[in-house]
Write a protein that binds this ligand. Structure first.
Ligand code: ADP
Ligand code: ADP
Length: 232
């Protein structure tokens, strides 16, 4: 099954002399239950591709689907609701609310959406990211690594169809980064989560099932079951 896809996706910025083509007729299918990494040099279009697949950016041409639903052409309100209900995000900054404890931060997006978390699922997520015993702590009382796990749990809690992670290890030391990647890997293996991760780090990409390589706005190569050596 396909979690997200694009056909002949074009995204350009500006016009005339200053027009930049960030994505140049990209065809892609993101498999459900798989961990996909997007790699490529700076400026190759990684973030733009992720933003277009996640419905965060409008497209200039082509079509994009989340699951079976085409999102190109959706009005802002519907798109906002689709992101809220079906998509999870992990960014470089964890964006935790300082006044809420860990559990409240984890369930906040669902509270806002007026949804009740599935209790068994939530327990599973918290165990998966090793946060038992830390749920009553505020972010300031948690280590950086624990804060990052709260951000991962927050993305997983709502059981999104797909999680987009933009350089999730970008601001972490290598030990915390490796821990983050193990939790992402585990959420795929144990919870069946679908993850798309933008990274420029071959070590991070080696945790994925499939690597897509972008260059100048095109997918120029891909690799299945990568190893760090092969990615390098
Ligand atoms: P990457 O994530 O691979 O570094 P991006 O997707 O951020 O690449 O950018 C792809 C290209 O599009 C780059 O040339 C970048 O400068 C350009 N770009 C990205 N966002 C914008 C924007 N908001 N306005 C103008 N140009 C942009
Ligand atoms: P990356 O690490 O993906 O290259 P950047 O720091 O280049 O990230 O860009 C971060 C965000 O800033 C992008 O997602 C894009 O929306 C915006 N951006 C990137 N390049 C430009 C640009 N040339 N002009 C305006 N906005 C840009």
């Amino acid at each position: 099954a396909v979690a997200a896809s694009a056909q002949q996706l074009v995204k350009s910025y500006g016009s005339g002399e200053t027009r930049v083509v960030a994505l140049d007729h990209v065809d892609v299918e993101i498999a459900r239950g798989a961990f996909t990494a997007i790699m490529g040099p700076s400026g190759s279009g990684k973030s733009t591709l992720m933003h277009c697949l996640a419905g965060l950016d409008s497209v200039t041409g082509g079509r994009v689907w989340v699951g079976e639903q085409e999102i190109t052409g959706l009005k802002d309100k519907k798109l906002t609701r689709l992101r809220r209900d079906r998509i999870g995000f992990i960014f470089q900054a964890f964006n935790l609310l300082p006044t809420l404890d860990a559990l409240e931060n984890i369930t906040l997006p669902m509270d806002i959406a007026g949804r009740k978390p599935d209790k068994a699922w939530l327990e599973n997520v918290i165990a998966t990211v090793n946060l038992d015993g830390r749920l009553k702590h505020r972010p300031s009382e948690l280590s950086g690594g624990q804060q990052q796990r709260v951000a991962v749990a927050r993305a997983l809690a709502a059981q999104p169809e797909i999680i987009f992670a933009d350089e999730p290890t970008g601001n972490l030391d290598s030990r915390s980064g490796a821990e983050m990647l193990r939790f992402l890997r585990r959420s795929v293996d144990q919870l069946g989560q679908t993850i798309v991760m933008v990274t420029h780090d071959p070590v991070a990409a080696a945790y994925s099932d499939r690597v897509l390589y972008l260059a100048d706005g095109r997918i120029v190569d891909e690799m299945h079951r990568p190893t760090a050596e092969a990615v390098l």
